[in-house]
Design a protein. Structure first.
Length: 357
């Protein structure tokens, strides 16, 4: 079967005969599988989270994560095929997360994807995990149009990017140490909250009182678009040692932590739009689900005539849909391969994929 695809990065128009991409995400503690068709969009997706398993240890245990991916991938593939009423022989390509992430977890997904692609004699496509997050708001309706500024706040990454098209990314600023997600998680741990820390801290902060504690806003007025959150973590450590352990006190501290992080992210996002002259902001990654951040960005960017786009809440955390979608876009650029030799990249700078794939 011959497939012809034309991808217009200016208008996001995709014209094709029929193209179905299977996406496999296994970079950390969630196994995500999805099917994306360029004509109809997302056909089906499934996600298994390992939160319950890792919560006993207060964080992700890499070996346990890898073993669980082995158990989950094939059953989840069968599930999405059944839900979409699609057979294996109808799949045209398989996309998988090549990095960054946990080495063992990445190997599980990469080996499953390439073995299946080899058996079906179809292309496999290694996807950068952050590119998946970066493009995930394009799955929503309405979706942004290129160019736009993207605020990536996923796990250990906090970056601002100018996005002119698929693979056309310009780094505007990034964290110099701890990322926003790490600041949430580490502060949550200092407050005695469980794993995952970010959502737990946000929930506690909802009962906190604004203005009870003053925490630093690192690099808020640095004059550039870089971030730093390690100083905030140190300040929280000092504050928790000096404060009592009453529930209201902990809630007030959580509220102060959340407000400090949101203030910095919102300030830098506004500055990025002003610097680039663009009026569309895309927010992607797990921290993008934070409601205070969404409210602040909607208000701040709206006042300057801009628009903020987010992925659906179910696609803020790691998921197979973003990998399937990114794979479909990369396939449209004829980047699939059929030699089935693969490697994974636990550490992989997003800048390395710019205009090179």
């Amino acid at each position: 079967m011959v497939h012809v695809i034309y991808y217009n990065t200016a208008s996001l128009e995709i014209h094709e005969m029929t193209q179905i991409t299977l996406g496999i995400e296994s970079s950390c503690d969630e196994t995500g599988i999805a099917l994306y068709q360029t004509e109809r969009g997302l056909l089906a997706h499934a996600l298994h989270t390992q939160v319950a398993m890792h919560s006993e240890y207060g964080g992700v245990v890499p070996e346990l994560a890898s073993r669980d991916h082995v158990r989950r991938i094939i059953p989840l593939v069968r599930q999405v095929l059944h839900e979409a009423d699609v057979s294996l022989n109808q799949i045209d390509a398989i996309a998988y997360t090549q990095g960054p992430g946990l080495g063992g977890a990445l190997l599980v997904g990469a080996s499953a994807a390439n073995a299946l692609a080899y058996a079906l004699d179809i292309p496999s496509i290694g996807i950068h995990h952050l590119e998946g997050h970066l493009l995930s708001p394009l799955l929503s309706d309405p979706a942004p149009e290129f160019p736009f500024v993207a605020l990536l706040v996923s796990g250990g990454h906090t970056q601002l990017m100018r996005v002119d098209g698929v693979g056309q990314y310009t780094l505007l600023g990034e964290t110099l140490d701890d990322a926003a997600g790490e600041a949430f998680d580490k502060s949550a741990k200092l407050l005695g909250l469980g794993y995952p820390g970010g959502p737990a801290l946000a929930q506690l902060a909802a009962t906190g009182r604004t203005g009870q504690y003053k925490l630093p806003r690192p690099m808020l007025h640095s004059g550039d678009l870089d971030f730093s959150f390690s100083g905030l973590k140190t300040a929280v450590l000092t504050l928790t040692k000096q404060s009592d352990d009453e529930k209201q006190t902990r809630a007030d501290i959580a509220c102060a932590v959340q407000e400090a992080i949101v203030d910095v992210l919102a300030h830098k996002a506004r500055a990025a739009l002003a610097q680039t002259g663009l009026n569309q902001l895309v927010v992607a990654g797990g921290v993008g689900a934070n409601q205070l951040l969404r409210n602040r960005l909607n208000e701040d960017i709206g006042k300057r005539g801009g628009t903020v786009f987010y992925p659906d809440l179910q696609f803020c955390t790691d998921n197979g849909a973003m990998i399937a979608f990114a794979g479909a876009l990369r396939l449209a650029q004829q980047q699939g391969r059929k030699d089935y030799r693969f490697n994974v990249k636990p550490r992989w700078n997003l800048a390395e994929i710019i205009e090179t794939n």
